[in-house]
Design a protein around this ligand. Structure first.
Ligand code: UFG
Length: 369
């Protein structure tokens, strides 16, 4: 039997909080919402887990721009300390470390949480599922438990289009069946279930599960961007190939049932996505009900189209090979994001393919690893 690859270092062992009156439920106690704390916490600062990562750091920029005070927790397993802007309090640690998170919530008078921390590489999740169930599902469960105990009333969760699996219909509506085909998608869907059931049991706790399609691009002012140690996402891989940092790019499968045979994805600019988080938080703080919302640009582009755009915008030639299909890739994923647009009054501004690739290219050419 093949051995599972070794995972990144696990979160520190959980230290159970048993302070009397803390509201943190020991194993068999019923869920207790701390309404007194909810009132105290409303209007407080925002805790961003994974705020040193790619999407997290862009959201921190957007939150600050909107006037929120922010505190970041990140274990720096993939994030970068210098992605967190100066002046934002930073704690190095795991979002599933209950005692640490409770301390942060109290010390910084946190009223809302945006939860990004987790693992995000679809093929890696197929090879190392337990890493995904630990980092995505178990950590989230613990975080939600502490948030309820500490009276957090608004929780925004970084979910994914991967929860839909192979959709019956494209564009995909939020009401589509969720049948994830990878451990990554399942680990995120389980967290959505945790949130749904928790909100049903605790009326003061409301959440928005934001289901991202393919996030790409970089901050137009060059303050943040993708900096993955071993890139796997298409646009980052293509930019690295154009820069000569790798010996070309493999297209994973050219025999899909799509016009040019390559997979179609809906690419959304990371700054547009960050803006949607601010709007979702505001909506919850204004009394909005819990919801799951698709965040996409509602336009599909094939792998070949994306590769051609990177070649055109960079002005560089690079080797493109056709390789076998990659495990866990649906042929086509395109969002219907009408609900998010209406409810949040959200309009993506930089998500047309050329603008998005140009921002990504500018970032990668200025930040060669
Ligand atoms: N691809 C290649 N060559 C590469 C890299 C990617 O051909 O070197 C292809 C993939 O096979 C896929 C497409 O490009 O068809 C996009 O792949 P990415 O790895 O960039 O992104 P994924 O579609 O696998 O996943 C992303 C997010 C998920 C999200 C999903 C939903 O990482 O969180 O989009 O659209 F769920």
């Amino acid at each position: 039997m093949a051995a599972l690859p070794s995972s990144a270092a696990p979160c520190p062992p959980e230290r159970r909080i048993m302070r009397s009156g803390s509201g943190s439920s020991p194993n068999c106690a019923p869920l207790k919402c701390n309404k007194r704390k909810v009132i105290r916490a409303m209007g407080g600062s925002v805790l961003v887990t994974g705020g040193a990562g790619y999407i997290g750091s862009h959201t921190v920029l957007a939150l600050r721009h909107a006037g929120y005070s922010v505190v970041v927790i990140d274990d720096l397993s993939t994030g970068a300390r210098d992605a967190v802007p100066d002046g934002v309090p930073f704690v190095e640690g795991c979002a599933g470390d209950g005692r640490l998170v409770a301390e942060i919530l109290r010390r910084h008078r946190v009223g809302s949480v945006i939860h990004f921390a987790g693992s995000i590489v679809v093929p890696e999740s197929v090879a190392d599922p337990l890493k995904y169930y630990r980092n995505n599902t178990c950590v989230s469960r613990k975080l939600v438990e502490i948030c309820v105990a500490e009276g957090i009333s608004a929780f925004v969760f970084s979910s994914t289009a991967a929860i839909y699996g192979i959709p019956d219909q494209v564009p995909i509506l939020e009401s589509a069946e969720t049948r994830p085909i990878t451990p990554y998608g399942r680990s995120k869907l389980m967290t959505e279930w945790i949130l749904r059931d928790t909100a049903a049991a605790c009326e003061a706790f409301r959440y928005a599960a934001l289901r991202y399609f393919n996030v790409a691009g970089a901050d137009p002012q060059g303050r943040s961007g993708q900096r993955t140690a071993r890139p796997t996402h298409l646009i980052e891989v293509a930019c690295h190939a154009a820069l000569g940092l790798r010996d070309g790019l493999d297209i994973f499968g050219e025999d899909y049932d799509t016009p040019d045979g390559t997979c179609i994805r809906d690419y959304i600019h990371v700054s547009d996505l960050a803006e949607a988080h601010v709007l979702a938080l505001r909506d919850l703080n204004d009394g909005g009900t819990s919801a799951a919302l698709n965040l996409g640009n509602q336009r599909g582009h094939s792998v070949r189209e994306v590769v051609a755009a990177v070649g055109r915008i960079s002005g560089r030639n690079f080797l493109v090979r056709v390789a076998p299909r990659r495990a866990g890739d649906p042929a086509e994923l395109v969002a219907d994001s009408t609900l998010a647009r209406k409810r949040l009054d959200w309009q993506p501004a930089r998500s047309d393919l050329d603008t998005l690739v140009a921002d990504a290219w500018r970032w990668h050419s200025a930040h060669r690893p």
